[in-house]
Write a protein that binds this ligand. Structure first.
Ligand SMILES: [Zn+2]
Length: 156
């Protein structure tokens, strides 16, 4: 078992691997130990594991450890944002459109589902990413919204 996560103390902001946190006897539960920050003794932390978010041609947004190669129909996933696990989902949740009806429970890039063609969809995507960047959404937590590739310049 080699499972370890990059974490950050919620109190002193010390960042390290989860395995570096100390096992100390719990005051609340006799005989148990709990993980504490090696710097300040705090017990809560942020999960800093790097995650990426991407969208599909339909506008559907997904989050995971790695950008998927391509979907079954051969269309590619477009990288939209990067950031630590504890913050990325929340930032996208606030910025994205929440699907209704058939896409209930799904997150969508605003403007893509109703775009008339691929060019309009791409424009909607990068306008939305620009807007998130201008709002500095999630910046404090290390969220990075991807900028339009310069090769797209003329198309936007
Ligand atoms: Zn700490």
């Amino acid at each position: 078992m080699n499972h370890d996560n990059l974490i950050k103390c919620t109190r002193c902001r010390h960042a390290c691997m989860e395995s570096a946190w100390l096992d100390v006897p719990s005051k609340k539960y006799g005989g148990c130990t709990e993980k504490t920050c090696p710097r300040c003794g705090c017990k809560s932390y942020y999960d800093m594991t790097p995650q990426v978010a991407w969208c599909w041609a339909s506008g559907l947004i997904e989050i995971g450890n790695h950008l998927p190669a391509s979907s079954l129909d051969g269309s590619g996933a477009i990288l939209i944002a990067e950031g630590p696990r504890y913050a990325l989902k929340g930032a996208i949740d606030v910025a994205a459109r929440h699907g209704k009806g058939a896409s209930e429970g799904k997150l969508l890039v605003p403007g893509i589902p109703e775009a008339e063609n691929q060019k309009a969809a791409i424009r909607a995507l990068y306008q939305w990413l620009d807007w998130n960047r201008k709002c500095r959404r999630g910046k404090r937590d290390g969220i990075v919204w991807i900028e339009a590739p310069s090769s797209l310049g003329a198309a936007l």
